[in-house]
Ligand binder design. Structure first.
Ligand code: PHE
Length: 339
């Protein structure tokens, strides 16, 4: 009997009901007419008369402490409830701060939607690539400097496994698995072993475009890029194509847009040339088509590739490429109103 009293005492001390309902359950279990303490009083009748004094005292103490505890808990819960109801229901709520898209995602989405309206679908490829898809199938000669350790992050040598240095690798993947007509763009992350500065980073993003069909011409390329430039930078935008070189296109060109700040008159942004370089492009080299089992006598194609960081810099006046990767909310919050 004394054991039972001791155990119950411990239980009462440890009890910590959180709600009025839990407290009521505790009260019923302990001190109601059919509760455990009343039961003990029943059992008390059978206790050896010699022990009655000691047991009776313990039992009375248990009953008192149970009642005391329950009263104290009731006061506590009542006080807590009162405090809750004293809250000022007319006070204005705390506004939820809205998140924002990352500026690179905003610009990538704009680019994919412009080309989407021209019938280009979107495809993606792996960031970890092999030499074939990043270089060999794209007509890079074996000794081309881009394959050098200085540009490329290699994961394994022989056979070469590497981080793609451009999204042109996705052209190859798409052409390998489908026959023309192919009209798609490939947004994605690329990696180059370059020193990090305000102008360059070892990780950046590109959007690649590819159109292969019968009778695709350089004029088609030019017209598509003009439409794109005007959709992105505004109606009055002009473009200019300068001859260039890429192993996988022939002829190749670099495209400039008229400076969005000075409109071509010359300013700090365009270094007083009136033009801003934004992408590389050209007609897909027949060797590339053949490497993907596409008949280069029947089909021609164009391709272009641009850096999203650079275009975002031009659109929003971002002066340091490192800002894109630091996730400083003071920078990111400024894009809250953009889509
Ligand atoms: N892949 C080239 C680069 O990273 C860009 C490019 C793509 C040029 C497609 C021509 C055609 O610089």
């Amino acid at each position: 009997m004394l054991e039972k009293i001791k155990a119950l005492k411990g239980e009462i001390e440890a009890a910590a009901p959180e709600t009025a309902l839990q407290l009521e359950e505790l009260r019923i279990r302990l001190i109601s007419k059919k509760g455990v303490i009343s039961q003990l009083f029943e059992e008390f009748r059978e206790v050896d008369p010699l022990l009655k004094k000691e047991v009776g005292k313990a039992l009375n103490e248990l009953k008192n402490s149970a009642m005391e505890k329950i009263n104290r808990l009731k006061e506590l819960l009542d006080a807590r409830q009162e405090e809750g109801s004293r809250a000022d229901l007319t006070a204005p709520g705390d506004a939820l701060t809205l998140g924002s898209r990352h500026p690179l995602a905003i610009v990538r989405n704009r680019i994919t939607s412009i080309f989407g309206r021209l019938g280009f679908t979107v495809a993606e490829g792996p960031e970890i690539e092999d030499d074939w898809h990043v270089f060999s199938a794209l007509n890079f000669p074996p000794e081309h400097p881009a394959r050098d350790m200085q540009d490329t992050f290699f994961i394994e040598k022989n056979p070469d496994i590497l981080l793609r240095t451009h999204t042109s690798s996705v052209q190859i993947r798409v052409m390998e698995r489908s026959q023309p007509p192919i009209r798609a763009i490939f947004p994605g992350r690329v990696f180059r072993n370059e020193a990090i500065s305000a102008r360059s980073h070892c990780i950046f993003h590109q959007v690649e475009g590819l159109y292969v069909d019968q009778n695709v011409s350089f004029a088609d390329l030019k017209q598509t890029l003009l439409y794109f430039a005007r959709e992105l930078f505004g109606e009055g935008t002009e473009i200019r194509l300068r001859p260039s070189y890429f192993p996988f296109t022939e002829p190749s060109a670099e495209m400039d847009v008229s400076c969005s700040i000075c409109g071509g008159k010359g300013c700090n942004l365009c270094k007083y040339t009136g033009w801003l370089e934004i992408l590389g492009c050209g007609m897909v080299d027949p060797n590339v088509l053949e490497a993907c089992n596409i008949d280069s006598n029947k089909y021609t194609g164009y391709a272009f590739g641009m850096g999203i960081e650079r275009i975002t810099m031009l659109l929003y006046g971002v002066k340091d490429i490192r800002l894109y990767f630091e996730n400083d909310v003071r920078f990111l919050r400024q894009f809250r109103s953009a889509l």
